[in-house]
Design a protein around this ligand. Structure first.
Ligand code: 5AD
Ligand code: SF4
Length: 440
């Protein structure tokens, strides 16, 4: 029997990490064992991202390097999975002959079968564009015991002008609520305390079975599961955020007071060119409504700088939004044209230098906001779900608040997976530092 050591790596978003986890779960059930480096593996799989050109370049560079390994180990099976595989299918097989499998976003559950086919000597191309993805998994196999991602929908119907996702992930399809509930129950029975629901556009959950706006109901259903401490959901498109959804965040004890609601720009002209279906005024109203209805809510946002036609004035509007909105966190991306998208037909006229400068400036503004906001925690006791040892300081533990801030403090490693109270003593723009508080 051929070797069953597999190396798998995911680029890009949480959804991609979850997909890699699900593929690995299927592989383990078929007798595979995970290894930590490509050099030890019989099968190497990359789950790729194509949302920005930078992520794609990284994936291509990693895949390119495997050519030498394949020469030394001719039986090695190399698979490219996910968004970039979907997008560049034929050209990957043509240009990278050392790749054996190209498997799109809707076919990765067939990975075990595809590897067997590749071992018969075929170049395997599996990139159908339709079909729901089965997300069956062995709940016992996940990276962290007490936290898990659960996919509630796939694909996206929004067609923002810059975004490749609708083309590589296909139309929006929601999973039936009962399936989601069953999976969450199994996870919680297995010791999970925090669940993050994933979808490109979670707040239009239900649209594919004619129940748009079904997210609050789903949250309500999952909130009833005993033993689930924290429930999160990402990502929310501002146009689909409703009062009912915000009320659910406020009223359901497990649902965390944190929204990831990308604004993308603060200029109405650019928002319209991006096909985002809201104005900066509407976005500000939504923020105000969220803050009014959900006390203490924290909001994170994404921004693209250097979209075609973005002037200094447009950028200044974005900068003002970031100054005003007091986001908990901002992710800023330099625009890159993506094939097939409407924006790719526009001239990419903002220079690399301007994109870089705007990117840095926006991050500086946010960093000052974060520093200020973080300082308001000094002296307070906060509830932390302990995730484990801090990545930067192995002598301390790290965890998160319901509102998503990272907290670092000293304590025994057995606290991982537990809810504890920490008194905050110091802060940086990214981290709260503190000590375990006495609990009564
Ligand atoms: N260029 C730059 N950033 C992009 N994003 C999506 N498409 C592009 C693109 N073509 C960003 C958006 C989105 C995040 C996941 O990636 O901000 O919210
Ligand atoms: Fe995730 Fe989008 Fe990248 Fe695909 S293209 S991996 S959906 S970020």
């Amino acid at each position: 029997m051929s070797g069953r050591k597999v190396f798998i790596h995911a680029f890009g978003c949480q959804m991609n990490k979850l997909d890699a986890e699900l593929a690995l779960s299927a592989l383990k059930q078929a007798g595979y064992e995970e290894v930590a480096s490509p050099g030890e593996a019989d099968v190497i799989l990359y789950n790729t991202c194509s949302v920005r050109s930078h992520a794609e370049q990284r994936a291509y560079s990693n895949i390119g390097k495997l050519k030498h390994l394949k020469r030394r180990k001719p039986h090695l099976v190399i698979g490219v999975l996910g968004c970039m595989a979907q997008k560049d299918r034929e050209s990957i097989i043509e240009r990278l002959p050392h790749v054996n499998i190209v498997c799109g976003t809707r076919e990765f559950p067939r990975i075990v079968e595809l590897i067997e086919e590749a071992r018969q000597g075929a170049s395997v191309l599996a990139c159908s564009e339709s079909g729901a993805v089965s997300v069956e998994r062995d709940v016992a196999r996940r990276p962290t015991r007490f936290r898990a991602y659960v996919s509630i929908m796939r694909g996206c119907d929004n067609f923002c002008a810059y975004c490749i996702v609708p083309y590589v992930r296909g139309r929006e399809t929601s999973r039936p609520p009962q399936d989601i509930e069953d999976e969450v129950r199994r996870l919680v029975d297995d010791g999970c305390r925090e669940i993050t629901l994933l979808g490109q556009n979670v707040n239009s959950y239900g649209k594919s079975f004619d129940r748009p706006g079904a997210l609050p109901e789903l949250l309500c259903r999952l909130d009833r599961i005993a033993g689930l401490d924290r429930l999160r959901f990402v990502t929310s498109h501002p146009k689909d955020v409703t009062r009912e959804m915000l009320q659910a965040v406020r009223d359901l004890p497990s649902v965390c007071e944190h929204l990831h609601m990308p604004a993308q720009s603060g200029s109405d002209r650019i928002l319209s060119a991006m096909n985002r279906s809201y104005t900066s005024g509407r976005y500000r109203e939504l923020l105000a409504l969220a803050k009014e209805l959900v006390p203490g809510v924290s909001v994170a946002s994404d921004f693209i700088v250097g979209f075609p036609g973005e002037t200094e004035e447009d950028f200044e509007r974005t900068a003002s939004l970031v100054r005003e909105a007091r986001f908990q966190q901002c992710f800023v991306f330099k625009y890159s044209p993506r094939p097939r998208t409407p924006a790719a037909r526009l001239v990419d006229d903002v220079s690399g230098e301007d994109k870089r400068r705007r990117n840095i400036k926006l991050l500086e503004i946010q960093s000052a906001v974060s520093a200020d906001e973080q300082r308001t925690f000094i002296g307070k006791d906060v509830e932390v779900l302990v995730e484990g040892l801090s990545k930067h300081d192995p002598n301390r533990l790290a965890g998160r608040l319901r509102t998503n801030q990272i907290v670092v403090f000293e304590g025994p490693s057995e606290l991982a997976g537990k809810l504890v109270r920490v008194r905050v003593t110091e802060t940086t723009p990214l981290t709260l530092c503190g000590a375990l508080a006495e609990t009564g």
